[in-house]
Design a protein around this ligand. Sequence first.
Ligand code: PBE
Length: 300
Amino acid sequence: MRKKNNRFLLTIALFFSMILLSACGSKPARYHANESLGKQINYTITGIEAGAGIMSSTQKAMKAYGLDKGKWQLQTSSTAAMTSTLGKAIKNHQPIVVTGWTPHWMFTKYNLKFLKDPKNVYGKAEDIHTIVRKGLKKDKPQAYEMLNRFNWRPKQMADVMLKVNNGEDPHKAANDWIKANQKQVDTWTKGIAHVHGQSIKLTYVAWDSEIASTNVVANVLRSLGYKVEIQAMEVQPLWASIATNAADGMVSAWLPTTQGLYYKDYKGKFDDLGVNLHGAKVGLAVPTYMKNVNTIGDLK
Ligand code: PBE
């Protein structure tokens, strides 16, 4: 009798815990064009690493468009977590707002749109600059000259990024790209004398765009005879590494808006070699199926 009773209780307990589990594990609802978006996404913008320029720009945008008053929040995470959350949301046709930028494979892989930014908080088109330490020109003139000439187009950077995203080793993806674009690469090195094992250090942030550009540049410097070390770090230390001469250069400066604060902070302590990629873009992005959300003001 007692045994039977126990078994009965156990069955009941199991039954309720299953209900509880399925309730907790239930997916958020699909996007509803005619309901308040804020409610649907818990008033949350899915962001990336804390130090990223796009995060401070987004804080500014939230103020400018009145999203700070009350419930809206910008969630700090990582680029990998953001793209994975984005991928899952799209698979389930759910609403999501992310900090987005191009060049990046997220715009190749998913149907996304930038939200219009009539107040121009994120700036229009962004450029990526090459920044080197003071004194590099004198100490390593050949490397300086190559870094000074380095420039490519968004589509080219995206090609390398997509390969890396598909699992190819960045060093190899960079070399494949160099082989396929040898003519262009030759214009970066033409007439520059080879060195013999001089070392040089480039720093970068491990964003896909910067992994692509840094590996390409590192391999080209290697072809000139340099022993190249590349080191990944957070954004603020990246700028500090150049300003304090701990590293020789970097090709990852998104300007004038995105990393403008760091540029201002360290001004006078680095050499700006100018634009290596023209026409990058930064902002808030949503899947294209979010038909009624087209400008940042629509989030309110
Ligand atoms: N990003 C990608 C960076 C620059 C490269 C847009 C995430 C940022 O500082 O926000």
